[in-house]
Design a protein around this ligand. Structure first.
Ligand SMILES: O=C(O)CCC(=O)C(=O)O
Ligand SMILES: [Fe+2]
Length: 308
């Protein structure tokens, strides 16, 4: 029996229920997460970049997929979206047990032209040499700018696979296509096995991917180079902190012994900056510690399983 897509919520759903679903099954879908204005603003901010974006050039990135990143520098609508309260509530629930602060990990458009073939199934977290199962390392959102269907390449996911052992290879029956109307968002833990589907329709499939990661892991997309200092200085405080202009833990991320947000705003004297603010140290002390052990090399990172 194939799995089906469940965990579908409306925009006014209780965020605790959404967070619970994401923790249990690794994903949730929220319909109507973007209103018409927000969807329109995203499209008009991003379309000029999409028009000139390059197609991918390797099997993972796809040959008929347009991608571009650094979205904080390109779109005020994306800046707002990164601070979406429902998504942050889910991130609090899934990531904060393992870090004192999480940060923006990746921002990008994933646009599948008709004829694109299926992406290899993978875990986003396999960029780190940490075997699954492990606590959630990243949390992904895929905001649908177009409808997502089985036919047009709606993201394939293996529900529950955030808890699987690295050695478990998904079968076709483990995989379901994310089907959701434009304006919806798919939220999934980066430890979930997933991948873009093939686009067998006549229209492109377009999504905005915004990912978050534990604050002590290196971000996939370097937010300090993706956004100029001048632009970063003008962003809302909360967004600066999410980008990583905040300590990830006591001392973690300082610049010349000054906390990064102070440094961004011109502080150069360490005496004027607190590298171990009380609340932060307390949260770090309260975290459960990871047990790390060596594991065998050569575990599979990609799963060559047809999903159509
Ligand atoms: O395009 C999609 O639906 C997913 C893409 C993806 O998972 C990735 O590029 O890491
Ligand atoms: Fe992925």
């Amino acid at each position: 029996m194939s799995v089906t897509l469940t965990n579908i919520f409306d925009a006014d759903a209780d965020t605790a229920d959404v967070a619970e679903a994401v923790s249990d099954d690794g994903y949730a879908v929220i319909h109507g997460a973007l209103d018409g204005d927000a969807l329109g603003a995203l499209k008009s901010d991003l379309q000029p970049y999409l028009d000139v974006a390059h197609l991918g050039h390797d099997p993972f990135m796809g040959s008929l997929t347009k991608r571009f990143g650094a979205l904080i520098s390109k779109s005020t609508a994306v800046q707002q979206l990164i601070m979406d309260p429902t998504v942050l509530a889910v991130a609090n629930h899934t990531l904060l047990p393992s870090c004192a602060r999480y940060h923006v990990h990746y921002t990008g458009v994933m646009h599948l032209e008709p004829g694109e073939t299926q992406q290899i199934l993978h875990r986003d977290t396999s960029i780190y040499p940490i075997a699954n199962p492990c606590p959630p390392l990243t949390l992904a959102t895929m905001w649908a700018l177009s409808d997502f269907t089985r036919e047009n390449g709606g993201t394939r996911i293996a529900p529950g696979s955030h808890r699987w052992d690295n050695d478990r290879v998904p079968t076709r029956d483990d995989i379901v296509a994310t089907e959701m109307p434009a304006g919806s968002v798919l939220i999934y833990i980066g430890n979930v096995v997933h991948g873009g589907g093939s686009n067998r329709s006549r229209q492109p499939r377009t999504g905005v991917a915004l990912h978050y990661s534990l604050g002590w892991l290196r971000q996939e997309e370097n937010q300090y180079l993706a956004v100029s200092h001048e632009q970063a200085q003008s962003l809302p405080d909360e967004l600066q902190e999410l980008m990583g202009y905040a300590l990830g833990s006591s001392n973690l991320g300082f610049v010349d012994h000054v906390a990064p947000k102070d440094y961004l705003h011109g502080v150069r004297d360490p005496a004027e900056s607190d590298l171990s603010p009380d609340g932060l140290s307390d949260r770090v002390n309260a975290l459960e510690r990871f047990h790390v052990s060596h594991t065998a090399r050569g575990r599979p990172r990609h799963y060559d399983v047809a999903t159509d």
